[in-house]
Design a protein around this ligand. Structure first.
Ligand code: SAJ
Length: 426
């Protein structure tokens, strides 16, 4: 069996390597020459534990890279599906392009699987008609289905090996072909959805639920502040109940999944009201934190603030939709290019940014020492492991002020307070 993976982003690449390292002949195809170039030089654009070695093993073994889509028994589509904010809908252009690429090499008996996160109805309503254009009949001549990826960035390889999978096929033969494909790859269970649309819906339901749950935690944080209650200890106590589970409040929700996927559920009827409010609650957290900081240091005007951690969450390198970056942008200008558009930016203070994991070259990242040198305050935007053991004494000796805002719960607040810091937590 040969598998052609269309799209070598972090999911496509990880999946391609996973199939290859489990003995399948894999062709990795991407339209981006740079991606292929860097990969052939052994540089995957993902920095995660063991990822590079895993991909290198695959490239030395069963994974071949290709600049053209190739005929294969199975085509896996793992292309991006960004949110088109202007039109308020998913941008399915990459899925359509991939569909056309697959159609160009599709043979009777082949299987096509879509993994990208898409609005319900995409596999049957958008992809299937494109695949049929060459005269092959989806269902009769080729198998087609949807199975979402569910791996957690930062933990990609281990979750690829263990997560359950949901499979929705256009018919029983499609389901069975896709089950056979994934069974050897995961120790998790394979669950069969009624159809591809259900499987698409389930993926969105999972991420929308998490987004709402985080908004709930953030709402509790705002309320707890007003009541003088420590929200984290309140949440710890509340979750002793057998049926209560509450996530962590924080500086907001970033990444390319949770802030985006709830929009894909929108059916135009207004039924997404709860999801929309949840996103608004999460989106307002950076501004709330900047106000908290402003209160602590009287005025932002003329002050220097160090933002430590500008990836979208701890221990990843991805800065997409990052709350830490939003905070930095509210405080001042941090990009080398045109300033990222942020509503209501104060821009009154100087801001320095430091992140040991971010790799975005458009950002003016500096060393930790340079970031805190002369700073009146520090605010943590992502809970990287590197920050947990920072020495408050060394940092305090370089700063001009003693305020630290830690919405990500990464430092030992008591220890920092013992060194004279005014520690503001969420
Ligand atoms: N966050 C909080 N509080 C929490 C948990 C997360 O504020 O208690 C914030 C994070 O700091 C981050 C954002 O939410 O800014 C999203 O982080 P995340 O770790 O919750 O999720 P992602 O976006 O990295 O990955 C999600 C996962 N989905 C679910 O857990 C339901 C992952 O399994 C999916 O595969 C991924 O989306 C995806 O690709 O769809």
């Amino acid at each position: 069996m040969t598998v052609c993976v269309h799209g070598l982003g972090y999911i496509g690449l990880a999946t391609a390597a996973h199939f290859a390292n489990n003995g399948t002949e894999v062709i990795g195809f991407d339209v981006d020459e740079d991606v292929l170039e860097r990969l052939s030089e052994g540089e995957p654009a993902v920095s995660e534990p063991d990822f590079e070695t895993y991909v290198q093993d695959a490239l030395e073994g069963n994974l071949a890279l290709s600049r053209q889509p190739q005929p294969a028994d199975v085509h896996l589509i793992c292309v991006p599906t960004p949110y088109d904010e202007m039109n308020g809908e998913a941008d399915l252009s990459y899925v359509k392009d991939a569909g056309r690429n697959v159609a160009g090499v599709l043979r009777p008996g082949d299987t096509v699987v879509l993994e990208s996160t898409v609005p319900p109805g995409t596999t049957t309503g958008v992809l299937a008609p494109i695949l049929s254009r060459g005269g092959l009949d989806v269902g009769d001549d080729v198998e087609l289905g949807y199975t979402p990826e569910t791996v957690m960035p930062g933990n990609t390889l281990s979750e690829l090996r263990t997560n359950d999978r949901i499979v929705g096929g256009v018919d029983e033969a499609s389901v069975s072909a896709i089950e056979t494909l994934y069974e050897p790859l995961t120790s998790g269970e394979i669950h069969v959805a009624a159809d591809p649309t259900t499987a698409e819906f389930v993926k969105l339901a999972q991420n929308a639920k998490r987004n709402v749950s985080i908004a709930y935690a953030n709402t509790l944080a705002l309320l707890a502040e007003n009541y003088g209650v420590d929200v984290r200890s309140a949440i710890d106590l509340a979750t002793n109940h057998p049926r209560v589970d509450i996530l962590d409040p924080g500086p907001g929700v970033g990444g390319h999944c949770l802030p985006v996927d709830p929009h894909f559920l929108s059916d135009g009827t207004g039924a997404t009201e709860l999801l929309d409010v949840a996103s608004q609650v999460n989106d307002r957290m950076p501004e709330h934190l900047v106000r908290m900081l402003e209160d602590a240091i009287s005025t932002l005007h003329g002050k220097t603030v160090a933002v430590l951690g500008i990836t979208y969450k701890g221990n990843v390198s991805d800065t997409r939709n990052s709350p830490g970056l939003k905070i930095a942008n509210l405080l001042g200008d941090v990009t080398t290019e045109e300033r990222t558009a942020m509503d209501g930016g104060w821009g009154e203070s100087s801001v320095t940014i430091h992140d040991p994991r971010a790799t975005d070259s458009r950002l003016q990242l500096v060393s930790l020492e340079a970031a805190v040198d002369g700073a009146h305050a520090v605010i943590f935007g992502a809970a990287h492991d590197e920050f947990a053991d920072l020495d408050p004494e060394a940092i305090g000796s370089k700063m001009s002020g003693q305020t630290v805002v830690d919405p990500v719960d990464v430092i030992d607040a008591k220890r920092w307070a013992d060194y004279g810091f005014d520690v503001q937590t969420i």
